[in-house]
Design a protein around this ligand. Structure first.
Ligand SMILES: *[C@@H]1O[C@H](CO)[C@@H](O)[C@H](O)[C@H]1NC(C)=O
Ligand SMILES: *[C@@H]1O[C@H](CO)[C@@H](O)[C@H](O)[C@H]1NC(C)=O
Length: 264
């Protein structure tokens, strides 16, 4: 472009300086024109050369700019990729954190559940160990009234027999579980009759009593605390028998035997 302008300028300058001198010969004139044309050609060639050089440098600049542009695009693309990857990683990390949190929560719930269940089981176990089972009985109405020495009193009427420890056949109580028991016997006699009774554990006397009243039908009670192993027997027996040793019972006077398990 610059070269073309220079060329036009040169041509116009050349035309403007046409000789006006009449003394100059036609040959001289033509020679000068030729010389100018040759100079113009040189100048033109130089201009073309310069033009080429400029255009080459412009091309080089353009290609450098293109390369730079491509490099920038590539960098931007890489940055975009990195950002997307980072976003994906962040997303999956957040999902993992949420999963972990809910897993942790579930674990805490299930752990405390099993702790509670273990505690309940342990509590029930302890309760079973320390709970006193219901064992007690009360029986009355002796089978025989006139007693002989060593005779076991069999109380026939069973009022209550929780735990089935008392036998109305033998008159003996068999401890269903070991523990501390309280035994009672209530003994009534007619006037002028005696009662000599003992509460026995496996042949050992736990308590002994004599009951007598000359003028009235009366009753008395005896109690004995005793520690029994399961299966041990307790009963009431006559320590001294005779025809005047007689038990009595009517609706006002109950001759009876009973016990309760206090603690096992
Ligand atoms: C999620 O839990 C796993 C297993 O316990 C662990 O390896 C991981 O680091 C946890 N992830 C996060 C993000 O806390
Ligand atoms: C513990 O979990 C079991 C079974 O998943 C369930 O039946 C029970 O009710 C839970 N116990 C408590 C105390 O939440």
């Amino acid at each position: 472009m610059t070269g073309l302008l220079q060329l036009l300028l040169l041509v116009s300058v050349t035309v403007a300086s046409e000789p006006s001198c009449p003394a100059c010969s036609k040959f001289d004139y033509e020679e000068k024109v030729l010389e100018r044309m040759i100079r113009m050609e040189f100048a033109f060639e130089n201009v073309l050369k310069e033009n080429k050089a400029v255009s080459k440098s412009v091309e080089q600049d353009l290609s450098r700019i293109n390369e730079e542009n491509e490099r920038l695009h590539a960098t931007v693309d890489a940055l975009k990729d990195q950002q997307e990857q980072a976003e994906r990683r962040l997303g999956s990390l957040m999902e993992e954190v949420e999963r972990n949190q809910s897993n942790t929560l579930e674990k805490i719930v299930s752990d405390s559940n099993s702790t509670i269940e273990q505690t309940i089981a342990a509590f029930n176990g302890i309760k079973d160990q320390i709970a006193t089972p219901l064992v007690y009985f009360h029986a009355r109405s002796p089978q025989t009234t006139t007693l002989s020495t060593g005779e076991v009193i069999v109380y026939k009427t069973v009022e209550i027999n929780q735990g089935n420890g008392y036998s109305p056949t033998t008159g003996k109580f068999t401890a269903p579980v070991g523990g501390l028991y309280l035994f009672t016997m209530h003994t009534c006699t007619a006037l002028n009759k005696y009662a000599y009774l003992q509460i026995m554990k496996e042949g050992t006397v736990l308590i002994a009593s004599e009951h007598y009243d000359k003028e009235r039908y009366t009753c008395s009670s005896s109690q004995a605390f005793v520690q029994l192993d399961a299966g041990e027997h307790v009963w009431v027996q006559c320590s001294s028998g005779a025809s005047y040793v007689q038990l009595y019972e009517d609706s006002y006077h109950w001759t009876s035997f009973g016990c309760a398990l206090i603690h096992n």
